[in-house]
Write a protein that binds this ligand. Sequence first.
Ligand SMILES: Cc1cc2nc3c(=O)[nH]c(=O)nc-3n(C[C@H](O)[C@H](O)[C@H](O)COP(=O)(O)O)c2cc1C
Length: 454
Amino acid sequence: MRGWTKDFVRSVKDILNTLKMSDRRSRSVSPDPRAPKRQKIGHLTKEDFKNGIFLAPMVRSGALPTRLFALKHGATLVWGPEIVDKAILHAKREVDPVTGVVSYNGVSRAIFTTHPIEKPYLIYQIGSADPELAVQAAKTVQQDVSGIDLNCGCPKPFSTHAGMGAALLTNPDLLISILEALRKAMPPEITVTAKIRLLPSQEDTLKLVERIVNTGVSALTVHCRTRNMREKDRAVIERLNEIVEFVEKMGKGIAVIENGDCLDWEDAKRVRRVTGAHSVMIARGAEANPSCFSEKPLVDVERTLWPSYFRLCKYLGHHWGLTKYCIAQFRSTRVEVTKAEAADIRQRLSQAKDYDNMTDFVKEWTGEEEMKEIVDAINNNCPRQRRMLPSSFALSPEEAEKFVTPSATQNPEPPTSGAPLLPSNIERDASNFPPPPALTPTPSSAIPSAPLSV
Ligand SMILES: Cc1cc2nc3c(=O)[nH]c(=O)nc-3n(C[C@H](O)[C@H](O)[C@H](O)COP(=O)(O)O)c2cc1C
């Protein structure tokens, strides 16, 4: 074994040991007495949800390798894909002693995979319509994650017909009871959060937000679309300002996380300026390029990202079909890669049946090195310390001039909801308000259309 490989295996063992992996059923490794002491990273607090740039929960696209690349390239925290409560309850937890990958295996497939290196930054998202099941699901994965998030925004029938996802928005008593049950059952070091969509009326949204904040959540994500809106509809981020102010006035120190139509690091500054949100969360921008969290995202991803993503996936034993799916979504600015070259590479991918079919393209399958780079990047530059400080997105006086609220957009209704415009009757203290927001340009043309929108 080469020197660094030994160090790396030792480092993985060390992580496992530090995180007190105690699964008797797993093939876990015994602690190595020679392993150097790792710096202990404290559990998440409300502050960790502020001034951050987060990877959104994404079924399929938010898989372990994507989360690891997102952390390597600047994401502060990462959300796992929604997993329905019942699905995880009977999964068997197994730890790969070489890679450290933790798999929650169902009968025929892994339902959830993670790695100890992401634990301090990982929020596990639950789909649920039942407080008891939600608690059981959270307890099942608790040892491998830092927080539990409740999905209250998925508008797809597979979620809503069972009363989950966006259906919870119209059943607030149930939504609240699940959050309360989770908060009560989870130890203090596990955060509980929620991700909602806007309700058609701002007043109803604020009422719901107030109840959610009072459950003791550590942060609240607001996807700035209503249940009836689709990703092609512009996110109405200008409605968030009032929600942020409202939550701040409640005085519980809760972060409001903006989600919807934020493309990357640079765009996050715009979104924070317009909304006043404490943090932003990116889905499709990261699905297209997991390095979008960086001030300098990767360009020419077919050359710069595809090969290393393949290597990492193979090394981690990641399911081929899922790897192929995720890679097919990657897109970026082309600088050196020509259109023809990119098309040729994509053609190869579409014809490939397994990792071996990509050997010519990937050259050497040195996935351990990819993993080591990720571990080093995370250890040397703790993701939770990478913050978008407010000074980096403060408005200049010239910019502030431009931010004028167009009339009748105080609470704009989504174009697809068909609901009438309603004036807000929420009491506001104008002196505390940041400058009025501008309407956001629609960036949807810049984002590849997603096959699945939750
Ligand atoms: C492929 C895909 C999968 C998604 N899966 C989830 C999910 O599991 N849970 C969830 O709350 N939202 C899910 N979403 C919604 C996103 O988290 C996010 O709310 C939405 O895409 C808007 O953000 P964006 O404009 O940055 O894409 C998914 C979106 C996409 C594109």
